[in-house]
Ligand binder design. Structure first.
Ligand code: DX5
Ligand code: ZN
Length: 220
């Protein structure tokens, strides 16, 4: 079985000590850097943009998993590729021509990602699943870290897993929002491959140890 991945969300890092927190992730058992980009339009919050991502990629030694919570993401696909993004995730709800957007991401040499809001049915991916490397299931409403996990996510994971299997796709399932040591194992057992964790990691006393534990639970 391929190993299950942990992606700390930098949104919860200490921005005044960003390099320190990036080095912590570099030295930890984490697999990816999860980077939340918010535009204040698609979601009711603004996080950070390209100059900050540039500063992050200058130090990051692991894959950069960018989660775009922005309208009309096609405008910035090339920019994110140039900034060293490995996975570029767009929101289903923000794309009028999702298939075209996925082709554009692929053409830039990045892995394709599609995020679904809690209210969005996984069945809407029926016709694109073979073009998607990563589906990010939002287990909170996007826009803020530190919110509580929505329990309906388990059933969405199972539905998505069935859709992937039925179509012979190799898509990974990522869970984003409210992930802790309490739900990690249940999420993996339901079919998740990647767990994003922000507050749970960065607000903990020993962050490296927290990541190590989460990784061990996910692979137990
Ligand atoms: C929410 C973001 C998440 C967030 C997760 O809009 O997409 O990635 O940073 O934070 P926690 O783990 O604190 O729920
Ligand atoms: Zn995210």
């Amino acid at each position: 079985m391929t190993s299950k991945l942990i992606a700390p969300s930098i949104l919860a890092a200490d921005f005044a000590n960003l390099q320190r927190d990036i080095e912590m992730v570099n030295d930890s058992d984490a697999d990816w850097f999860h980077i939340d980009i918010m535009d204040g339009v698609f979601v009711p919050n603004i996080s950070f943009g390209m100059p900050v991502l540039k500063a992050i990629t200058a130090h990051a030694k692991k894959n950069i998993d960018v989660h775009l919570m922005i309208v009309d993401p096609d405008r910035y696909i090339t920019t994110f590729a140039k900034l060293g993004t490995h996975n570029l995730t767009v929101h289903y709800e923000a794309c009028t021509h999702l298939h075209r957007t996925l082709q554009a991401i692929k053409a830039e040499g990045m892995q394709t990602g599609v995020a679904l809001n809690p209210h969005t049915s996984v069945s809407l991916l029926e016709n694109t699943i073979n073009d998607i490397d990563l589906v990010c299931l939002m287990s909170v409403n996007p826009g803020f870290g530190g919110q509580s996990f929505i329990e309906n996510t388990y059933s969405k994971i199972r539905q998505l897993k069935a859709l992937i299997t039925k179509n012979g796709a190799t898509t990974k399932i990522e869970i984003d929002g409210g992930v802790t040591d309490k739900n990690a194992k249940l999420l993996i057992d339901a079919g998740a491959d990647v767990l994003v964790a922000g507050s749970y990691v960065f607000k903990s006393g020993n962050q490296k140890e927290t990541i190590k534990n989460l990784k061990a639970i996910a692979n137990s």
